[in-house]
Each structure stands twice: as structure tokens, then as C-alpha cells.
Ligand binder design. Structure first.
Ligand code: OGA
Ligand code: NI
Length: 353
């Protein structure tokens, strides 16, 4: 423990470390081996990522909508992941949001440090490197910030454009996420507003979480974010022109490569709990590359923090099942997931009924 801790003390940002001219290999504190044998062949039809045309949900005929809803059953069971296209969020806004995040990460380290805060996930905003320097056993090749944008909207106050762009972006992505939860509710045979209402999404926690992955001299010996599932209901993600997100599918890691203006959508833990394990919170990770900086922006949507989440009684009845998970308050779940004892491990093990 001790040697790693000493080395971490002076890491201000991975950006400045990666920019140091002497860096030709991955420092030992960051050493993480990726096994390329576990990677999926993207040309294998088994690994063709599902695409969901959102315009058919919002403005298609009833037949078109029900076909998408029907497709979602298989997608949510087998993948827990898809790419949403024709979602209505302007490409210029998506690009503006990436540029604003780039602007933030480009600030001098001292200015970014103003946004450092404690380790409570419910802080208004948080900036840092790696994941949690006090807990990390292996350091991550990324800098990040997170801002809470719902139910109250908070913003970084630098760069100047950030607040306006992030407000519009948060609002528009929320509309997409809520449309997705309506379609998912229907795919479960429930009322379209079931998830929204049961999860108190009118007060739901939404974050804007940006990651900065600078080029890495030995990308196969470092990791941006190791395998994990997200704690909320559904996460939308966009990136600049660099790939790096991998999702686990049929025991392999698949690099997500899709239309530049689509949203990568993954189901998260509360969806798996609510559906009693029918729908899957997909395991995913972020790899790094040696060529150019990758920026990703994840927008996780969850229940309100005071909601007690347990398998939906309506579904248990319909499927004649016993609950697989005990109920837990969303805030406690997040704290459990991010606590030292559970760090980077599956939280599901703790909530088995
Ligand atoms: C995350 C995440 C993946 C990526 O921020 O939770 O999974 O591609 N990010 O940056
Ligand atoms: Ni994630």
C-alpha cells in the first residue's frame, strides 16, 4: 500500500503526467494488463451492437413504436446496451458540450483544483484524477469531473460557456433518457410511466460526468476505467472522435464503434434490481490509446436519492418469481458501491435476497 500512496501524492492530473516529455512507458502505479484474448471480433455478427431509432418511438406510427418496444426486450436482456440514433439532440450541442469539457480539462491544474471536493457522491461537483486516490490500488489513466445537474442544476463556473451549454445539454439528454425509460417500461408490460413514477424521476439524480484520457505510451498496460457497472437506471454516453468504451457481451470485451452522432446507452444497476435481474446492468470499461486524447461524457440518470429500490411487485407477480434482491435506498446503494470495502467490486453480492 505505502509505495503506491507515496507515488500518488504528487499526481495532479494524468494530463500533465502524459504531457511530460520524458514519459515513454507507463509508471508502475498505473500498470494494468489488458488481455487481448478476451476481445470480441467486431465483424462477427454475434457482436453487432443493437441500434434503436428513437424517432420511431417519438413520432413513428403505433406499429413502429411497438416494434421497437418489442426489440427492446431482447436488447435489454441479452446486451443491456444499445446505440440510440435519431434522438433529436442537435449534433452542434453535442459537439459544443465536448468542446466545453475540453476547455475545462485544458485549464491549468491549479485552476481545476478549485473544483476538488470531498468524496461524497452527492456533492454539487467534483474534479479529480484516477477514481479515488485514497482507495485506488492501480491508478487510472484518466482525469474526470462530475456535476450534479438534476433535480437541482449545478455547473462548473469555468470555462465561461460551460453553464449555458451544460444546461441545455442536460435538459435535452434528460428527454431522451425519459423516453427510453417509457419504452423500457412498456417492454416489461407495464404502463409507460411506471419506471418514472416508481423511481421518483421527477426528482431523479442526473449527473454530467466527463472523462479525459490523454494518449498513453503503452495503452495495453494501462486502463482508463476498469470493468464496472453504473449505479443508476440508465446512462447515456458521447465521446469525441476516439473510441475506447468496451462492453462485455457473451464473455468477451467489445469495443463500441458507432455512428458519431448516436448516444451509447447502457442499463445500470437499479434497472437490474427493479426488473429482478430480467434486464442487465452491463459490465463495461474504458481503454486508452496511444494516438490522441479521448474525451467521453457520461450522463447517468437514476431514481431520486431517497427512493427505496426493490424488484417491482407487478413484475414478480407476472413472472411468478421471488425477489432476488433486497430493497435498498438509492443513496445507500451509491455509498455502498463507492465505499472502500466495496471499491470496484459488484454491489449486487450485498443485496441478494
Ligand atoms: C463511466 C464510464 C466509459 C467511457 O464514466 O462510468 O463507464 O467510455 N465511462 O469513458
Ligand atoms: Ni460507467
Amino acid at each position: 500500500m505505502a509505495p503506491v500512496a507515496t507515488q500518488t501524492m504528487d499526481v495532479k492530473s494524468i494530463k500533465s503526467l502524459a504531457e511530460s516529455p520524458a514519459l515513454s512507458s507507463v509508471p508502475s502505479a498505473y500498470a494494468f494488463n489488458i488481455n487481448s484474448n478476451d476481445e470480441a471480433d467486431p465483424n462477427d455478427p454475434e457482436f453487432a451492437i443493437p441500434i434503436v431509432d428513437m424517432s420511431l418511438l417519438t413520432s413513428g406510427s403505433p406499429d413502429q413504436r411497438s416494434k421497437i418496444v418489442h426489440n427492446l426486450i431482447k436488447i435489454c436482456q441479452e446486451w443491456g446496451f444499445f446505440i440510440a440514433i435519431n434522438h433529436g439532440v442537435p449534433e452542434s450541442l453535442m459537439k459544443g458540450m465536448i468542446d466545453a469539457c475540453h476547455g475545462f480539462f485544458s485549464l491549468p491544474d491549479e485552476e481545476k483544483e478549485e473544483f476538488k471536493s470531498g468524496n461524497d457522491v452527492l456533492e454539487m461537483f467534483k474534479y479529480g484524477t484516477s477514481y479515488n486516490l485514497a482507495l485506488d490500488k492501480v491508478l487510472l489513466w484518466r482525469d474526470f469531473f462530475k456535476v450534479r445537474v438534476h433535480p437541482e442544476f449545478y455547473s462548473l463556473y469555468k470555462p465561461a460557456c460551460f453553464s449555458e451549454v451544460s444546461m441545455e445539454f442536460s435538459k435535452r439528454t434528460r428527454e431522451v433518457a425519459l423516453e427510453i425509460t417509457r419504452a423500457i417500461s412498456e417492454s416489461l408490460g407495464l404502463e409507460p410511466n411506471y419506471i418514472h413514477d416508481a423511481m421518483n424521476m421527477d426528482r431523479g439524480l442526473q449527473m454530467l460526468a466527463a472523462n479525459y484520457y490523454p494518449p498513453c505510451p503503452q495503452p495495453e498496460h494501462a486502463i482508463g476505467i476498469p470493468h464496472h457497472t453504473d449505479h443508476g437506471l440508465v446512462t447515456l454516453l458521447i465521446q469525441n472522435e476516439m473510441n475506447g468504451l468496451q462492453v462485455e457481451h457473451n464473455g468477451k470485451w467489445l469495443t463500441v464503434n458507432g455512428p458519431a452522432n448516436g448516444f451509447f446507452v447502457n442499463l445500470a444497476d437499479q434497472m437490474q434490481i427493479l426488473t429482478n435481474g430480467k434486464y442487465k446492468s452491463v459490465m463495461h470499461r474504458a481503454t486508452v490509446n496511444s494516438k490522441a486524447t479521448r474525451i467521453s461524457i457520461a450522463i447517468p440518470h437514476g431514481p431520486s436519492v431517497d427512493t427505496l429500490i426493490a424488484p417491482a411487485p407487478e413484475l414478480l407477480e407476472k413472472e411468478g418469481q421471488a425477489p432476488k434482491y433486497i430493497g435498498m435506498n438509492y443513496k445507500e446503494y451509491i455509498q455502498l458501491q463507492q465505499s472502500g470495502k466495496n471499491y470496484m467490486k459488484s454491489t449486487f453480492d450485498h443485496i441478494l435476497a
